[in-house]
Design a protein around this ligand. Structure first.
Ligand code: FES
Length: 110
């Protein structure tokens, strides 16, 4: 069983407003949409800039504030291209948003 790690208290989230949080060695973006919490890596794959928490949400679609790439935060998939974002399964434990301990992602040439 994978260890869970705390990301943020659920009560600190505001509907449809992203929050960037450092968890272990990576930065994640947390979104509250309706009753659901979604956690994605904060790094935009376009230019590898950690800005997605500042993106704008329309429905489930997040638009990167830098150059407008769009992603579905529920699946991580990129709207206009193949590939997408790293997503994390969320559990709420005693009012805290928890995800499995993220492992450092190895580069593709590893
Ligand atoms: S850095 Fe996100 S679209 Fe360019």
């Amino acid at each position: 069983m994978t260890d869970l790690v705390k990301v943020i208290e659920l009560k600190k989230l505001r509907p449809r407003r992203g929050v960037a949080v450092r968890v272990q060695d990576i930065e994640v973006a947390v979104f509250l949409i309706g009753e659901q919490v979604h956690v994605i890596e904060n790094l935009c794959p376009h230019q590898h800039i950690p800005v997605l928490a500042d993106g704008e949400l329309e429905g489930n679609i997040l638009t990167c504030p830098m150059h407008g790439w769009q992603f579905d935060v529920t699946s991580g998939s990129c709207v206009h291209a193949s590939g997408g974002l790293r997503t994390f399964p969320v559990q709420i434990v005693k009012g805290d948003v928890m995800i499995p301990m993220p492992e450092e992602e190895k580069p593709s040439w590893w």
